[in-house]
Design a protein around this ligand. Structure first.
Ligand code: ADP
Ligand code: ZN
Length: 611
């Protein structure tokens, strides 16, 4: 979950503030409180008060005389006059000569002001700071248990209205799997009667931003039970040396509130395999052990269900995933086309959209986007509408926002030379034309050569008609050919190559490699796995599982595979040189063209050629 946290101020900061306040209090406020107001009187009054023996303390200075009355309640001040017998008369009147004339305050009051008051302020401020600190850590809608240091920051009970399954669009399989848990929390009797026990732990696995946190909250919302949540990284980062005791604490509270949901986000932060000797982390191991102990410790049917989320399931310690612990795994995958449309619609409810917005098209354009990214796109579109002084969000806003999320904002004043712009136009058309010639259908949604803040000088938005779950060997080869099409166009037209193809090269190589090492699409290696994927949900980097000699051979095969496709692309473009020129010119002039425009120009050219 992406939350913007206000930066936490260290505790020392608060103590500093309290000390400062105390200092100010003692230096300025206390003397002010103690000192009574000084009344200015004329010398005559002073003389008559002396006469009537009504002077308490007196202090004669160079310029002024400060004195109090007999009771010492009021302080007066008068200017010094030339009065030689003054000292004598004052002495006779029974006045006390003193260096620091003050109205006497009752001892109790002064004790109160100098001692008790600062103490009270100190305590009050301390309480206030502690409260603020807790609020900062826990968020406003949270209800804390215990004080600082006892309980974890993010453990909280959510208000019952919370999130429901309906708020989570798509992810039907995940919801189905979790609905059983909701049912169990509603009616445990039904399950205990048969002797069935609920899994204690459910692991939600999937790429970031696919709604794992949302789903966990929705389970609590649907079942109407308290929701405790903490992030695994907090155990190890925020509460150094206290991870294990935090776990104990968490479960103690959860058991008191059962039935309830405990959600541990990023469980891989504590649940990593315990086998790497390189960087042994005692702290984390203790925390993990405590977690395992707690999970074993409670009965099957005590009503505490632990949901945990991770995007590196393969790195989890097997002890954590064995039966009796996190034994159910719910995949939360990136949304498919229908899922994306549903998510867009859910989030579009929060903004004002024009009536004619076609979410299906938008969903198609946003292929590969996660739920969080889609939510972000909707918001970007709304911001764009506001920027343009409109009150509703149009389809154009949404389309632009997808590009913003994918490629960054348009660079308004990028200085592309004319030659560069031409090169980019040919490059992008090269991709599209190679793709079109292979598939004989509109290959692109949109092509643009407006530079973006991400550094892309232009890009081609591919069409995705539906979801594709299988790719044939030919299709993969064609895809590599399309990747090389940009560079091929540069070669065919300018006879020179540029740096603009680096991303294409990377992708083509990755694909070619996967064909050989993972998909078994080479004759030499047949169906042998030569590479394994490490991080399915985070980039999908791979590690080799073969000898160095084999690796060398793989490298050679990758090269020849890419090379063959590159040559094919060059041939395609050479054969369609006229169309290439016409399309590149068209794109150069218009800067952004749609898939339909592309096909239209292409058709014109091919027909002209036939005649
Ligand atoms: P994760 O925990 O998987 O990283 P979150 O549950 O924190 O993802 O989702 C982040 C945000 O993305 C949510 O607050 C929500 O706005 C949006 N989102 C993600 N998936 C969905 C979905 N399936 N339906 C609706 N909104 C979603
Ligand atoms: Zn390219």
């Amino acid at each position: 979950m992406k939350e913007v946290k206000s930066p936490r101020k260290p505790l020392i900061y608060y103590y500093g503030v309290v000390l400062l306040v105390l200092l100010v209090f003692n230096l300025i406020i206390t003397p002010l409180l103690l000192k009574q107001e000084v009344t200015e009187v004329d010398y005559g009054t002073f003389m008559s008060m002396t006469e009537s023996k009504n002077i308490g303390q007196v202090q004669v200075e160079d310029q002024q005389i400060v004195f109090t009355d007999k009771d010492g309640k009021n302080v007066y001040q008068t200017n010094v006059m030339d009065d030689p017998n003054l000292t004598e008369r004052l002495y006779e009147s029974g006045a006390k000569f003193s260096k620091d004339v003050d109205a006497s305050t009752s001892p109790l009051l002064s004790l109160l002001i100098t001692g008790l008051l600062p103490m009270l302020i100190f305590i009050g401020l301390g309480q206030y700071m502690a409260k603020k600190l807790r609020e900062q850590m826990g968020g406003k809608d949270s209800l804390m248990f215990g004080g600082i240091g006892k309980s974890n920051a993010k453990i909280y009970v959510q208000s019952t209205k919370g999130i429901r399954f309906d708020d989570v669009a798509g992810e039907d399989e995940a919801k189905e799997s979790l609905a059983e848990i909701v049912d169990y929390l509603h009616n445990p009797q039904k399950y205990t009667d048969v002797g069935a026990s609920m899994p204690k732990g459910v692991l939600l696995v999937g790429p970031p931003g696919t709604g794992k946190t949302m789903l966990a909250k929705a389970v609590a919302g649907e079942a109407n039970v308290p929701f405790f949540s903490i992030s695994g990284s907090e155990f190890v980062e925020m509460f150094v040396g206290m991870g294990a005791s935090k776990v104990r604490d968490l479960f103690k509270q959860a058991k008191e509130k059962a039935p309830c949901i405990v959600f541990i986000d990023e469980i891989d932060a504590i649940g990593k395999k315990r086998d790497n000797q390189l960087s042994s982390n005692d702290e984390r191991e203790q925390t993990l052990n405590q977690l395992l102990t707690e999970m074993d410790g409670f009965d099957d049917n005590n009503g505490v269900i632990i949901l945990a989320a991770t995007n590196r399931p393969e790195s989890l310690d097997p002890a954590l995933t064995r039966p009796g612990r996190f034994d159910r795994r719910v995949p939360v995958e990136l949304p498919d086309l229908a899922g994306r449309e549903a998510i867009l619609k859910v989030h579009a409810k929060k903004i004002k959209t024009a009536d004619d917005v076609d979410f299906h098209t938008i969903a198609r354009m946003a292929s590969g986007a996660s739920g969080a990214e889609l939510a972000n796109m909707i918001n970007e579109a709304a911001l764009r509408a506001v920027r343009n002084n409109r009150t509703v969000v149009t389809e154009a806003d949404l389309e632009e926002s997808i590009e913003v999320v994918i490629a960054g904002y348009q660079k308004k004043n990028a200085v592309l030379s004319d030659q560069e712009k031409k090169t980019v136009a040919y490059h992008e058309i090269g991709h599209a034309l190679v793709a079109a010639m292979q598939s004989h259908s509109a290959p692109v949604q949109k092509i643009t050569i407006i530079p973006r803040t991400s550094g892309a000088l232009g890009y081609t938005m591919q069409v995705e008609t539906g979801d594709k779950y299988l790719m044939s060997k030919d299709e993969l080869a064609n895809k590599i050919c399309t990747f090389t099409g940009g560079r091929a166009a540069e070669e065919v037209v300018f006879g020179e190559i540029t740096t603009g193809a680096s991303n294409d090269i990377e992708q083509a190589t990755k694909l070619a490699r996967a064909m050989i090492t993972r998909y078994g699409m080479s004759e030499e290696f047949d169906m042998v796995a030569l590479e394994t994927v490490n991080n399915q949900y985070l980039g999908g980097d791979t590690s080799l599982a073969c000898s160095a000699a084999t690796q060398q051979e793989i490298d050679k095969m990758v090269v020849s595979l890419v090379k063959a496709q590159h040559e094919k692309a060059v041939q395609i473009l050479k054969q369609n040189r006229k169309a290439l020129d016409a399309l590149a010119k068209y794109l150069y002039e218009k800067e952004t063209i749609t898939g339909e425009e592309f096909m239209h120009v292409l058709k014109q050219e091919t027909e002209a050629e036939k005649q």
